[in-house]
Design a protein around this ligand. Structure first.
Ligand code: SF4
Length: 336
């Protein structure tokens, strides 16, 4: 087997390669439960994942026996093998709740909406009580590794009720823990005020795509103008570097749409998170979706970093959620 150059282990282009594939076969000896996590929200919901860290970079890969990548132990670390070459090496990180260093909790694992890329409406999971969330955070805190609390949610009954529930849970958590709290929900007219005054320091409202035609097709129950308006308002309340938005790559959007979308968002001090689409087995009728290849991820990641720089925005100042984790994306200022 050819060996990876340790100088280049998990550099930005290798991370782009790993993310573009997105999954890995895992040697059974690495599979004890403490290294696995199961996503309960968003496009990855329902799948088990593993986190690899090398230097300052982290990558999340879904465990899949059919993957072209293999992860195997070697001495005190692990290596990722593609074909007959070792392409990355690092150590496995233990997720706390969902990802390393965070209690990232989905408070409602069900949704009344039906975004076509998302398995959550099909899974119709648990709506967690406040007590359950507190208990999960307490367990994560007891490890001594907890750096942030992050909450996300589907829409179990209505966006207004979900925001109210999230605000109530945040209020309690802010009283009990001296940790940054981030939250990602479908926004309402007053959600930023409610969540900020409850004690959240960062918010994420997802545009999903900045192509209005694709938005109507993939998110028929949601409103892109309403999300954009809520994001603008969120910046007024939470401030610069405290507002982000998932922007899915691979739904059929052109690079020009991505460029204009990033320009629109960064121009209002919103940090886009370019998230490669993960086709889910419960969503097999999505048509022409394509997980972006490494070259496209790398190119768009660099474009995003340049546009953030133009506005003096710093993704690496984020204290919660995906911009702190970085596992699924090429994160500007952390990876590129
Ligand atoms: S980047 Fe976000 S979605 Fe991905 S593992 Fe980290 S917290 Fe979860």
């Amino acid at each position: 087997m050819k060996c990876v150059n340790m100088e280049t282990e998990l550099n930005a282009s290798i991370k782009a390669d790993l993310i573009s594939i997105g999954n890995v076969q895992v040697d059974k000896s690495l599979l004890p439960d403490q290294f696995k996590t199961t996503a309960t929200a968003g496009p990855g919901a329902g799948g088990s994942s593993i986190f690899l860290r090398a230097g300052n970079r982290r990558v999340r890969l879904t465990i899949n026996d059919l993957s072209p990548l293999r992860m195997i132990p070697e001495d005190d670390h692990v290596v990722v093998v593609k074909g007959d070459s070792v392409i990355a090496s690092g150590v496995l990180e233990r997720p706390l709740c969902h990802c390393p260093e965070q209690a990232y909790i989905t408070i409602s694992e069900k949704c009344i909406y039906d975004c076509q890329f998302c398995p959550v409406p099909k899974l119709q999971g648990e709506v967690k009580t406040s007590e359950k969330v507190q208990q999960m955070v307490a367990e994560a805190y007891s490890t001594g590794e907890l750096k942030a609390i992050s909450l996300t949610s589907g829409v179990a009954v209505s966006p207004e009720k979900e925001v109210k529930r999230a605000a109530g849970i945040i209020k309690q958590l802010a009283r009990d823990y001296d940790l940054p709290i981030g939250v990602s929900v479908y926004p309402t007219k007053d959600s930023s005020e409610e969540l900020y005054f409850a004690g959240a320091c960062e918010v994420k409202y997802n545009v999903e795509t900045m192509d209005p035609g694709l938005f109507r097709r993939f998110c028929p129950d949601l409103s892109l103008p309403a999300v954009l308006e809520a994001l603008d308002n969120a910046v007024n309340i939470f401030g610069r570097n405290r507002v982000s938005s998932n922007f899915i790559i691979g739904l059929g959007e052109s690079d020009e749409t991505v460029r204009k979308g990033i320009e629109r968002l960064t121009g209002r001090c919103i940090i886009p998170i370019l998230r490669p689409i993960s086709p889910h087995p419960l969503r097999d009728n999505m048509g022409n979706i394509n997980r972006p290849d490494a070259e496209r991820l790398f190119r768009l990641g660099n474009m995003l970093r340049e546009m953030l720089d133009r506005q003096s925005l710093c993704a690496d100042k984020s204290r919660t959620m995906c911009l702190l984790c970085t596992g699924c994306d090429l994160t500007p200022h952390r990876d590129v």
